[in-house]
Design a protein around this ligand. Structure first.
Ligand code: G6P
Length: 362
């Protein structure tokens, strides 16, 4: 059938889409680059970002996790305040809005009903909206004032992979463009740093055997798994846990390293897998401290660190990238470990039970 042709030599769309990530990032660089090598976004979007006093990101699922990273990128690079909200909750727990809010809807499909509910309401109130999507022309794209295309190509597997990294890459460029418009100085070349990310992704997608072994070592016989991280690694841990639970049905949760002691550590038993991310120098000691705490209670600990911060017993070491962009590479082992865990458990990787690729009901 047609889907077999599209998959090519790959056994699953998810694996194909994981492998496409370096090319997606390079494609984004090309699409948003001026001839002089600077970042190019629509003037309208630049003006909307510049004119707003606070940005409200609205999203669901994996796109929400990209939004958490997107907030950090915009606040650190462009120095604009950002809030991130789960779409389905926003209208119930609506924050007091600033004077000139700009709403950013992040959606791979551009069709998620929970987001549309918020979009309709904020448009009714006269606010501006930007949709960051993989499908220009989708409902959320048409109904917003502006669209930023993530150029990831069609994503078929229900579990989102390349759309997530593409969303974060586009947020990097949005942050850089806004910084320039606001006269904020940058001490790095974003397009060059994204090119380094693409190369690092390629290195990682070539390390499948190693990551399959991590899946075997930690996830063959377990009913749960915890992901811990601090700072931006916390957000990647949330996405790692979502990937794993979606396709392998292992009960997986992501936690902030510092929150462990406030509850979760009670769940640690002999052999409980705990995957810890350590890509951020400023929290390296603290997250490794958390790993020791859970190891002392019997956890089967797996540290994924980054070149320059690695220690002898780390299970996996990521190639170094700019500290703001570590989520784009740190998520790849999460995706591949989840893929192999699901495969070893005979799960339907591309079409997990009870889930839909795009959820058009509230
Ligand atoms: C569904 C999918 C998820 C996705 C979420 C948001 O639940 O199964 O993978 O992250 O919707 O989708 P969107 O298209 O709005 O990014």
């Amino acid at each position: 059938d047609a889907s077999d042709i599209e998959k090519g030599t790959y056994p699953h769309f998810m694996l194909k889409e994981i492998d496409e990530q370096p090319f997606v990032i390079r494609n984004i660089i090309q699409k948003y680059q001026n001839e002089d090598g600077s970042v190019r976004l629509d003037d309208d979007i630049r003006e909307a970002m510049k004119g707003s006093d606070r940005i409200y990101i609205i999203a669901a699922g994996t796109s929400y996790h990209a939004g958490l990273v997107g907030k950090q990128l915009i606040e650190k690079i462009a120095q604009r305040p950002v809030e991130v909200h789960i779409a389905s909750e926003f209208l119930y727990n609506m924050p007091l809005l600033s004077e000139n809010p700009l709403f950013i809807f992040i959606s791979q499909s551009g069709e998620t009903a929970d987001l549309r509910g918020v979009l309709v309401e904020v448009k009714k109130r006269g606010h501006k909206a930007l949709t960051v999507t993989n499908v220009p022309g989708s409902t959320l794209s048409r109904e917003a004032d502006f669209t930023l295309h993530t150029y990831a190509g069609p994503e078929i597997a229900v579990a989102s992979t390349k759309a997530y990294t593409a969303q974060m890459a586009v947020f990097t460029l949005l942050a850089v463009d806004t910084a320039k418009a606001k006269g904020v100085n940058l001490d790095f070349d974003p397009l060059q740093e994204l090119a380094i990310v693409a190369n690092a992704m390629e290195t990682l997608t070539d390390q499948k055997e190693q990551l399959e072994q991590v899946a075997r070592d930690y996830l063959t016989i377990t009913r749960n798994c915890f992901f811990i991280g601090r700072a931006v690694d916390f957000y990647v841990g949330l996405e790692g846990a979502l990937k794993l639970k979606e396709i392998s049905y292992i009960q997986a949760e992501g936690f902030a390293g510092g929150e462990l002691k406030h509850g979760t550590i009670a769940l640690i038993e002999d052999g409980t897998p705990v995957i810890a991310l350590a890509t951020q120098k400023h929290v390296n000691l603290s997250i490794r401290g958390n790993v020791k705490e859970v190891a002392a209670r019997g956890a089967n600990t797996c540290i994924i660190s980054m070149e320059g911060m690695e220690e002898e017993d780390d299970a996996f070491v990521l190639p170094a990238v700019h500290e703001f962009l570590t989520p784009l590479v740190a998520v790849i082992p999460m995706q591949l470990i989840s893929y192999y865990a699901a495969l070893h458990r005979d799960c339907d990787v591309d079409k997990p039970r009870n889930l839909a690729k795009s959820v058009t009901v509230e």
